[in-house]
Design a binder for this molecule. Structure first.
Ligand SMILES: Nc1ncnc2c1ncn2[C@@H]1O[C@H](COP(=O)(O)OP(=O)(O)OP(=O)(O)O)[C@@H](O)[C@H]1O
Ligand SMILES: [Mg+2]
Length: 478
């Protein structure tokens, strides 16, 4: 049995460290004496070169402002997240405040976002959840005394994805130049949405279709006729205009006859017609009944009843409609209106088609408001790739999409995903190991990529947040 070392006598107060310990340790039982010294190799390098060998060595850390997310495992210090503050600070290599979160299901992506939203309220941020497919943001909304808005088959709520949004306000009083600017932004957003919707039905959207849709939208709103007030448009109206085209539209689209027009636009009409019937009927085909109160701390659009029908294509299309609508709503934000705009489970949308990826890409890109932090969650970095063949165009668009955010949070992933972390996000083997190993051991663990800096962070939830973010009810019951 090892003998217990006698408790060391208290050193005198003026000599806390009475003598230096020799390299081999102290030659006494229980004090760790080594007979031979371990071979040590010495290297000399500059501090610029060290990160090559120790890429995760803790750097300067980020400034202590914004949401306290948890702790930086390497430095032991608190870890704060303030994307907008990072953009404004030139010492941090972040030029846009968008955040992409990746992680295997159940690793805590949504929980992290919820904690972030709650903790940013203190800094004046409000949240907009564009499509909550599990109704999991309802608890937070009710906690903040906001009634969530529900959309689904048979429910009374309606959203018109072709809403003008605030760009349509005070239209008559704007100068002609301003009207032109606003019209361009709005028509572009609508075009991207329709391209995505049509593409998700497997119909090609060529420049011919683009021209037809552009003309229809301009005709329907009265923009072509130079109206002082623009008429509201919905998807069924677009479809109806194609189904019973005016002579003017036929000529404008350069078709020689109505029959020629019908032949040329058959697929486009059928694709749009399919959207006005079936599982999405009565959700996105009339004017919006939801008029968000932007002063509320959170706005959430629940989609669970649609999700529960098991029709994933319909969910993807619904997300696309909500994204476009939400982007329109945020086009003109009042000064100081800071918002976290969340697109949870974006993979449901982007796996529909390449056009659906492009629609999300356009939503993020066209977003011209200053105060918004766009948050997108995915399962894995290659999710957008599932939209098309592993061909170069799909790959390029997926990569481009990733480039729209300077902050990427990588929660736990399976070993099988390691290679794509390297290929798509440029992680070294060691960093891949952090994501597939360390981050898998505990919920809330993630490798944060802030510009070119990397942090190993454990997110902590308060007991209240744990209750509000609990998503295991169904599993619990089972
Ligand atoms: N940091 C954390 N500490 C403790 N529990 C956590 C933490 N993060 C998440 N959880 C718990 O783990 C469960 C799953 O989390 P969450 O729903 O956020 O996962 P997810 O990654 O969004 O999954 P999915 O991809 O299925 O949406 C929740 O019940 C949540 O409360
Ligand atoms: Mg989730």
């Amino acid at each position: 049995m090892p003998r217990r070392a006698a408790p060391a006598a208290e050193p005198p107060a003026d000599r806390l460290f009475p003598k230096a310990v020799k390299a081999r340790g102290t030659r006494k039982v229980g004090l760790g004496w080594a007979a031979t010294l371990p071979p040590l190799a010495g290297y000399q390098m500059t501090s610029e070169q060290t990160p090559v060998l120790w890429p995760l060595i803790s750097g300067d850390g980020l400034p202590p402002w914004g949401a306290e997310m948890g702790y930086d495992v390497l430095s032991g210090g608190k870890f704060y997240c303030d994307p907008m503050g990072w953009v404004l600070d030139d010492t941090i290599p972040v030029t846009n405040p968008n955040i992409f979160i990746f992680g295997k299901p159940g690793r805590g992506k949504s929980a992290m976002v919820k904690a972030f939203m709650l903790r940013m309220i203190r800094y004046g941020y409000r949240s907009l959840v564009l499509g909550d497919v599990k109704d999991e943001y309802e608890d937070i909304a009710r906690f903040l005394r906001v009634e969530p808005f529900r959309i689904g088959p048979g429910l009374p709520g309606r959203i018109n994805p072709l809403d003008f949004g605030p760009l349509g306000l005070d239209w008559q009083t704007q100068t002609r130049e301003e009207q032109h600017r606003r019209a361009t932004v709005t028509f572009n957003r609508w075009l991207f949405l329709i391209r995505g919707l049509v593409g998700s039905q497997g119909v090609a959207f060529t420049p011919t279709e683009e021209r037809v849709i552009n003309k229809v939208l301009r005709h329907l709103t009265g923009w072509t006729a130079g109206s002082s007030r623009l008429a509201p448009v919905t998807i069924p109206k677009v479809w109806a205009a194609l189904d019973a085209p005016s002579g003017e539209l036929v000529a404008d689209c350069r078709y020689s006859s109505r029959q020629d027009f019908f032949d040329g636009t058959r697929q486009l009409r059928d694709a749009l017609g399919a959207l006005c019937e079936g599982s999405l009927q009565g959700m996105f085909d009339t004017e919006s009944t939801f008029h968000p109160d932007w002063r509320e701390p959170i706005q959430t659009l629940s989609l669970r009843s649609l999700h529960d029908t098991g029709n994933n294509v319909a969910v993807g299309i619904a997300l696309m409609c909500l994204n476009s609508w939400g982007q329109g709503m945020r086009e003109v934000a009042a000064a100081g209106d800071r918002r976290i705009v969340l697109r949870d489970e974006a993979w449901l949308q982007t796996r529909l088609s390449l056009e659906a990826v492009m629609a999300l890409d356009a939503n993020l890109r066209l977003s011209r408001t200053e105060g918004d932090i766009q948050v997108v969650t995915y399962h894995k970095p290659s999710d957008p790739l599932s939209a098309g063949d592993q061909g170069s165009q799909a790959a390029q668009i997926a990569k481009d999409l990733l480039n729209l955010s300077d902050v990427r949070i990588l929660m736990g992933q399976d070993e099988a995903v390691a290679a794509e972390l390297g290929a798509l996000l440029g992680l070294s083997d060691l960093q891949q190991g952090v994501v597939t190993g360390w981050a898998m051991q505990e919920k809330g663990r993630a490798l944060w990529m802030v510009g070119d800096q990397r942090y190993k962070v454990q997110t902590l939830l308060t007991p209240l947040e744990k209750r509000l973010t609990w998503t295991n009810d169904a599993i619990d019951v089972a």
